[in-house]
Design a binder for this molecule. Structure first.
Ligand code: CO8
Length: 258
C-alpha cells in the first residue's frame, strides 16, 4: 500500500513509512493521517514486520497540522468529527516498535507525531517546536502532555509559550531524542537499528513496549506490577526458551516471534 502522500517500503522485517507532501512542508491533513493509519494497519497485520520507521524528507519531517485545512473549522465540526482523535491516535496504538527518523522541521503536529513514536533519532539539521501559540492556538495532538513528560515542565513551557524551536543537540540534552546523526546517514543508520530490533523476539518487544509505556500512565507500584506480570508471561514464549538456550550454548539465537 502506498498513497500519494504516504510512501511505504519494506526492508526485510522493517516497514518504512515516508510522509511525502513536499509542496506543503509535509503538513498533516486527512490524506496524510488516513494514509499513515492505513499503512500502520497493514504493517501491524503483517507477521513478517518487526519494526516500523516513520520519516519525512531531508528538509522536513512535518511542519504540523495543515493550517489551511483547519483554519475555518468551527467547534461543532471539530467535535463531531473527532478532529485529531479519529486518525492521529492510530500511531499511539501501534503495538510494534516505532522509530521516528527526524530531519529538518518537526513542528506542532510534526513534533507530536515524533513524540508518539518509541524512539526518536534526529539528524543534525532537525528542529523541534510547538509553535501553535504563534497561530493563536495550542498543541492539540498530545504536545502539552508528552513534551513535559519528555523534557520536563520548565522546558516544555518555554517551548510552548514562546513558540521557539529547539535544535537537535538541545533535544538530545533534554531527552526528547536518543541519537543525533549526520543528515546524510540518518535514514541508513535508523534502518540498521530498526533491522537489529526487528530480529529480536517480536512478542518480547511488544510486552516491553507496553511495560515501558505504563511508566507514563500509572504509579510506580502499578508499573512494576505490570512489568513483573509481563516478565512472568514471557516464560511462555518459545523465543524465551530459544534465547536463553542459545546463550547457554554460546550461539546466536534464532527467534521465531512466538
Ligand atoms: N500547514 C499548511 N501549509 C503549510 C504548513 C502547515 N503547517 N507549513 C508550511 N506550509 C506550506 C506553506 O504555506 C507554503 O505553501 P505555499 O508554497 O503554497 O505558500 C509551503 O508549505 C512552504 O512553506 P514556507 O514557504 O513557509 O517555507 P519556509 O521554509 O519559509 O518555512 C516553516 C518553513 C518554518 C516550517 C514554516 O512553513 C512554518 O512556520 N510552518 C508552520 C509551522 C506551524 O505553525 N506548525 C504548527 C501547526 S498547528 C499544529 O500542528 C497543531 C497540531 C494539533 C492540532 C491542534 C489543532 C488546534
Amino acid at each position: 500500500m502506498s498513497s500519494e502522500v504516504i510512501q511505504l517500503e519494506i526492508h526485510d522485517r522493517v516497514g518504512l513509512i515516508r510522509i511525502h507532501r513536499p509542496d506543503a512542508m509535509n503538513a498533516l491533513n486527512d490524506a496524510v493521517m488516513n494514509g499513515l493509519r492505513d499503512a500502520l494497519d497493514q504493517l501491524e497485520a503483517d507477521t513478517g514486520i518487526g519494526c516500523v520507521v516513520l520519516t519525512g524528507s531531508e528538509k522536513v519531517f512535518a511542519a504540523g497540522a495543515d493550517i489551511v485545512a483547519m483554519q475555518n473549522m468551527d467547534f461543532a465540526q471539530a467535535y463531531s468529527t473527532d478532529f485529531i482523535t479519529r486518525n492521529w491516535e492510530r500511531l499511539r496504538t501501534c503495538r510494534k516498535p516505532l522509530i521516528a527518523a527526524v530531519s529538518g522541521f518537526a513542528l506542532g503536529g510534526g513534533c507530536e507525531l515524533a513524540m508518539m513514536c518509541d524512539l526518536v533519532f534526529a539528524s543534525e539539521t532537525a528542529r523541534f517546536g510547538q509553535p501553535e501559540i504563534k497561530i493563536g492556538t495550542l498543541p492539540g495532538a498530545g504536545g502539552t502532555q508528552r513534551l513535559p513528560r519528555a523534557v520536563g515542565k520548565a522546558l516544555a513551557m518555554d517551548l510552548c509559550m514562546t513558540g521557539r524551536l529547539m535544535d537537535a543537540h538541545e533535544a538530545l540534552r533534554a531527552g526528547l531524542v536518543s541519537r543525533v546523526l549526520p543528515a546524510e546517514t540518518l535514514l541508513e543508520e535508523t534502518l540498521a537499528t530498526a533491522k537489529k530490533i526487528s530480529e529480536y523476539s517480536l512478542p518480547a518487544l511488544m510486552m516491553m513496549k507496553e511495560a515501558v509505556n505504563r511508566a507514563y500512565e500509572s504509579p510506580l507500584s502499578e508499573g512494576i506490577w505490570f512489568e513483573r506480570r509481563m516478565l512472568h508471561a514471557s516464560f511462555a514464549l518459545q523465543d524465551q526458551k530459544e534465547g536463553m538456550q542459545a546463550f547457554v550454548e554460546k550461539r546466536t539465537a534464532k527467534f521465531v516471534h512466538r
